[in-house]
Every structure is written in C-alpha cells, then in structure tokens.
Design a protein around this ligand. Structure first.
Ligand SMILES: Cc1cc2nc3c(=O)[nH]c(=O)nc-3n(C[C@H](O)[C@H](O)[C@H](O)COP(=O)(O)OP(=O)(O)OC[C@H]3O[C@@H](n4cnc5c(N)ncnc54)[C@H](O)[C@@H]3O)c2cc1C
Length: 453
C-alpha cells in the first residue's frame, strides 16, 4: 500500500497494530496489510483524509473497538484512523445544558466529569467503561437507561466532522434551539464511519437525577413478566431501567457465581427508579406492579449499596454468556408487547437448528440480545448459527421490529439490512453517502455500503 506521510503518528509494531485490526465481534480477523494512525488532534485527521483522497485509500474511523459487528475492522490496504486520543473536554455549560468534548473520551469518564458539575449525560451502553463518545455517536448506542432517557441520538446537539478530502464541517447547534437548515447531525448518528470522521461532539446535558434504587423480581411465567413490563411502561413515572433476563441467561449468571436468583424461574426483571425526591416511593410502586402480575420473589433495595448488589447479576451477564461458550450476540428490537413472542419463538428457532439461544436485554425497550450458542470450530454448527440468525431477522421484521436496536449493522448484519429498509431505502442511503464521499473511501463494506447490497 502507499506509504503514509512521515508526519503522521502511525503504529509500527505489528503485534500492537493487529489489536487495532479487530473489534469485539466473534471471529473478527485483522487484515494482512493495513496502517493505523492514532490521531493526536484534528490536524492529523485532516492530513489523513487529504492523503486518502489523493491516493484513493480507504479510511476506517475507530474508537475503542468495543463494537460487536465488525464495524471498525479494516479491509486490506485501509488506514485505521483511531480517535481515542482526541479526548479533551472543552466546555461544560449547565445553563445551556451542553458539553463539548472530543470523540475519544471514554463514555464513563465523560459521564463522571459531567456529574461532578451536577449534570447528567444519560446514555450508558453496558460497555461504557471502555467505549468512546465518538463510537457511541457513530453507532447511536443505547444502554440500560434508554427506557426513560432515550438513546445517544437524543443527546447529540452538534458535531465537528472532517469529511473525505479534509474539509471540516460543523453540524447542529450549541444553542437551546435552532431551525437553520437540514439536520446534518442526524445523518452521522448510526453512520458507522461511512460519512466522515467525528472530531468533536456537542452533547445535551440534563440536571442529575437522584441515586437510583433497584427492585428485582423473578417469575415462573414468562408471559406474566412481559405483562408486568407493559404495565411498568405505562406508569406515569416510569422506571429509569427495566432489564429482562430469561431462564438460560439466569442459569448462565448463576453458573458464574451466586447472584441470588432462585433456580427454575423463567424470567427476572430488574427495575430502577431515580426521580428526584421520589426514589423509594417509585421503587416500591414498581415492586407492587410486579407482585400484582404474579412475581414469585421480589427484593427491594433500601440504599445505593443494595441497589448495586441487586443489579450485579445483570452486570455480570456479558461475562457469564462468554463463559458459557462462543455465541453470536444479537440486537433485535421489537414492539414491547411482542416480547414474549420473540422470546418463545426465538427459542423455537434455536431448537430447530439444534442450538441453544438465550434472550436477555433491555426489556423495557423491547430490545433483546439473543445469544446463539454454537461451535465455531465446526462448519455445520457455524452454518446453523447463521441460519438461526437469519430466521430471527425474519421473525423480528414480522413482529414489526428492527434488526438493530443499538449495536449497529457493521459487516455481520449488512447482508440482512435490505430486508428491513428495502432496495429503495438502500439506494437513498447510498445516494446520501455519495454527496459526502464521492470516492466511496469511508469505511467501505460496512452497513448499507456492503457490496452485496
Ligand atoms: C461487553 C459489551 C457490552 C456492550 N453493550 C452495549 C450496550 O448496552 N449498548 C450499545 O449500544 N452497545 C453496546 N456494546 C457495543 C459497543 O460498545 C458500542 O457499539 C459502542 O458505541 C462502540 O464504541 P467504540 O468507541 O468502541 O467504537 P468502535 O467499536 O471503535 O467503532 C464503532 C463504529 O463507530 C465508528 N466510529 C468510531 N469512532 C468514530 C469517529 N470518531 N468518527 C466516525 N466514526 C467513528 C467506527 O467506524 C465503527 O463504525 C457493547 C459491547 C460490549 C463489548
């Protein structure tokens, strides 16, 4: 591949470089030939984009590589443009309710700094201890608190973006409102690095809520748990967290350590309240709702330490599923009333393909992460897992859902995107991309730019 200008901070150690060639998706493999530039500032990004345009080299923007679908994995000959070092906070303004930060700041660190100023940036993907703000924007990340607060898109007011060729644009606003022209900011949400490199993020902030308390309930009847979710969603002051675990997920968590779940339950709900001045009252009311729908056992936290302890099993879930064995972790979102259908029919799909499936996730949003357990050393088992996934895509779309609630499309789900958005939708997405990136150099092969589409 063409040699990068020596002024750019590129990685040279092949072992270190290889770690920048993969993300957290199962089976991700680094290419043979690629370059990694860890941008120190916006000027480095501009230089890479100018060089890429002049030489026709593909560019893959990258954050912390916690993605689960290969979205930041480079192809042969590409330049990985890592933005983790662009991590400064330029402004926190509680009056306008905004912060301005670099895309490389780790999500939890950003939340902590903002909280110290009495403000709250709600988005909280389960990966928030490692993922970056820029990666969250580029995937429109969700998380545990979306049920009350919404997703990353709901908290992004504006962006600074370096476009292909090196031009810098500022989108959106820093003000409370604006009606000036088209919403370019929205185009970058879930764009997965296909339009430009985000070099600064203007977020909305809200006043900090109270510390949350947790109620945990277990059910022997899955449908009853689903009905409780629907009732909790209709509460005039709904929960700030409403997580769902099915029986295989609970078994996996209990196999890791004793998190206090009883044996033989079909479902568990974890619910939190954080409404200023009403936390204990709301948590008790949620517990009452779950009891009225037939919960077998309910535990309600009295203080922050107990609240964390009750949530510990949910936090351990990703580790527990990894410990259980290799799995394709997916990200379907269906209308909330369809939750029991997707859980039961998802299991049937697994059984039909001879594979175990666990279903857990952000139940309050109808956003589940089916984990399809398979043996990656066996071609048959791998094929069965992909066939099961394909059936789940069809089930999700039949139920009126989407094939990604929060993780994005990347390469893994790209072959399925047409089923959801249709040929005309894909063609419009590609036409928009051509306006920003006429040479097609930005993260080629990902999401709607997948070649087979
Ligand atoms: C254990 C675990 C739990 C997770 N839980 C959640 C969850 O609850 N909710 C959720 O939504 N996701 C979750 N994820 C997925 C992942 O953490 C998110 O998709 C996250 O937003 C990715 O951030 P990142 O910084 O790691 O980005 P990367 O993985 O590095 O990149 C992701 C995408 O963003 C693009 N990108 C990154 N930086 C920029 C930039 N500066 N400019 C333009 N494009 C850029 C990349 O090109 C790529 O397309 C989880 C992952 C793991 C491993």
């Amino acid at each position: 591949m063409t040699t990068l200008p020596s002024s750019l901070p590129k990685l040279s150690d092949p072992d270190v470089k290889r770690t920048y060639g993969v993300d957290c998706s199962i089976g991700a493999t680094a290419p043979e030939e690629f370059e990694v530039v860890r941008a120190r500032d916006r000027d480095d990004v501009v230089e890479v984009m100018r060089f890429a345009a002049a030489t026709g080299t593909p560019v893959v923007p990258q954050g912390a590589r916690t993605g689960l679908n290969g979205a930041c994995v480079p192809g042969e000959g590409a330049i990985v443009l890592n933005t983790e070092a662009l991590r400064g906070i330029e402004l926190i303004d509680p009056v306008d309710g905004i912060a301005v930060a670099g895309p490389g700041i780790v999500t939890d660190e950003f939340k902590k700094v903002v909280r110290a100023e009495g403000m709250f940036y709600p988005p909280d993907p389960a990966s928030s201890a490692t993922s970056t703000l820029g990666g969250n924007v580029a995937t429109n990340a969700g998380g545990l608190c979306c049920v009350k607060y919404g997703v990353t898109a709901d908290y992004i007011r504006g962006l600074e973006v370096v476009l292909p060729g090196g031009e810098v644009v500022n989108t959106g606003r820093r003000t409370a409102k604006s009606s000036a022209g088209l919403d370019l900011t929205g185009l970058f949400l879930a764009s997965e690095g296909t339009l430009g490199v985000i070099t600064q993020v203007v977020t909305k902030l809200i006043p900090a809520p109270d510390d949350a308390l947790t109620a945990l309930a277990t059910f022997s009847d899955l449908a009853a748990a689903a009905q409780a979710i629907v009732a909790l969603r209709r509460d005039p002051n709904p929960p700030c967290l409403l997580e769902f675990l099915d029986a295989p997920s609970i078994e996996a968590v209990q196999a890791l350590a004793d998190y206090g779940f009883p044996t033989g339950c079909e479902a568990a709900l974890l619910v939190q309240a954080d409404r200023p001045g009403h936390v204990a009252e709301d948590t008790q009311r949620y517990a009452g709702v779950m009891e009225s729908f037939g919960a077998d056992e309910i535990a309600v936290a009295d203080d922050a330490m107990e609240a964390d302890a009750l949530l510990a099993g949910r936090r351990a879930l990703n580790t527990a599923l990894e410990a259980k064995g290799p799995n394709l972790i997916e990200d379907m979102c269906v209308p909330i009333r369809q939750l029991p259908t997707i859980v039961l029919q998802g299991r049937e799909i697994g059984a039909r393909h001879g594979l175990q499936v666990s279903m857990s996730g952000h139940g309050g949003d109808g956003n589940l992460h089916p984990s399809i357990f398979f043996d990656p050393t066996s071609a048959d088992s791998t094929a069965a897992a992909h066939a099961a996934f394909s059936d789940m895509v069809d089930l999700t779309l039949r139920l009126g859902g989407t094939i990604s609630g929060e993780h994005g499309i990347g390469t893994f789900k790209a072959p399925y995107l047409r089923r959801q958005v249709g040929q005309a939708g894909l063609e419009r997405m590609l036409a928009i991309r051509a306006v920003f990136d006429p040479q097609g150099l930005m993260n080629p092969g990902k999401t709607y730019t997948y070649p087979a589409l």
